[in-house]
Design a protein around this ligand. Structure first.
Ligand code: AMP
Ligand code: MG
Length: 351
């Protein structure tokens, strides 16, 4: 397939994800609102809803309560601020600054420093399955630039020499230093960090009920206006467009990493975007997607990526040792496993 065709496929995928996003939210909206109505600044008590395209995905935000309009305006500003700070491709971002520092320490925003600190904690607890210094490998595969290709083994090995989260130094005064040749990519945690900070912002603005859906990342606060808990759809990884099942949650982030979110096909084989450092290849272990449900969005996002790489057995061991998280593991054969603390309903139409 030509690069342009692959790019089109990716864009179609993004569009499908956006539609799914709307579809999932239909479950959440009060009767009478269609999924794609855009409400900006409605009367007190009505939900305020906004769609924003950022971080290469469509973000769908809904807040309930009297101060929703002002909260929403601040939320949109925050989204654009974080997009500028964390983008690996924007030369003005903190990440780009770190990546071109040639081994020197650079000053970054407190949020970038904090996000790295959070990410490193997950790298340590997952033995590097999640590693924000993965960018040389991601770049070799053409993910993030859209120029997809399968790199030769020698090239993968070369890229992997530069991947090691233990060499990221977080210094006082919000400074960060990485070795010459290393490069960071926060794509596996930035949206989760954003959804967490959106909830904190909403709370500060007096909002006590909200839901945001940022691509594969959903986070909720409180309950719907009618007093019922939010219901979040889990995408069917078999086609990336249907709903496999639903989760009923309160004050939770629901974050999914899966093979359907970004991929390309070459020589009849499909290659997705979640990398296994031990091979330099997309992780292959029988899983099609991992959904992590927990309170903190950043932790959920980093862990969804890590546990996908680790595979079912290790993911379940990890969950046993960390009972603050709950999991939905969907296998390539279409079967699933859910941990016991979840209120999960399989969509029978997806069977
Ligand atoms: P997610 O959708 O949250 O699982 O993030 C996937 C994105 O994170 C990819 O598109 C890469 O940019 C990056 N990535 C891929 N593999 C890893 C990994 N093992 N650790 C950290 N980031 C990764
Ligand atoms: Mg992630």
């Amino acid at each position: 397939m030509k690069p342009a065709e692959r790019e089109t496929k990716r864009k179609n995928k993004n569009r499908r994800a956006a539609i799914l996003c709307c579809a999932a939210l239909i479950l959440l909206l009060p009767t009478g609102l269609s999924s794609c109505d855009k409400i900006t600044g409605s009367s007190a008590g009505d939900p305020v809803r906004r769609e924003v395209f950022a971080m290469d995905t469509i973000m769908d935000l809904t807040v309930y309560g009297a101060d929703g309009g002002e909260a929403m305006n601040q939320a949109v500003d925050l989204i654009h601020r974080y997009e500028t700070l964390f983008s690996v491709t924007n030369p003005d971002s903190d990440v780009a600054k770190i990546n071109r520092a040639d081994g020197e320490a650079v000053s970054v925003s407190p949020e970038t420093w904090e996000l790295l600190e959070r990410g490193l904690a997950v790298s340590e607890s997952t033995d590097g399955a999640f590693d924000v210094s993965i960018y040389p490998l991601v770049k070799a595969w053409g993910f993030t630039t859209g120029k997809y290709r399968v790199p030769e083994r020698a090239e993968r090995e070369q890229a992997l020499k530069k991947v090691d989260y233990r060499k990221i130094r977080l210094l006082p005064d919000n400074r960060v230093q990485i070795e010459k040749g290393m490069e960071l990519d926060l794509g596996a945690v930035a949206k989760g960090y954003l959804s967490q900070k959106l909830m904190e912002l909403f709370r500060k603005c007096g909002v006590d009920s909200a839901i945001v859906s940022l691509g594969g990342n959903v986070q909720t606060m409180g309950r719907k206006e009618n007093g019922e808990p939010f219901v979040v759809g889990i995408t069917d990884p078999a086609d990336g467009s249907g709903i496999y099942g639903t989760l009923t949650v309160e004050n939770r982030a629901v974050v999914t990493s899966g093979i359907y979110q970004r991929y390309f096909t070459e020589g009849g084989r499909q290659y997705h975007h979640i990398m296994d450092k031990s091979t330099g290849m997309p992780a292959e272990n029988g899983l099609a997607s991992v959904t992590v449900v927990t309170e903190d969005g950043a932790r959920a996002d980093a862990l969804a990526t890590a546990l996908y790489v680790m595979g079912e057995k290790k993911a379940l061991e990890y969950q046993k040792a960390n009972p603050d998280i709950e999991l939905v593991l969907i296998r390539r054969d279409g079967t699933c496993f859910t941990t016991s603390g979840l209120s999960f309903r399989r969509n029978r139409a997806a069977e």
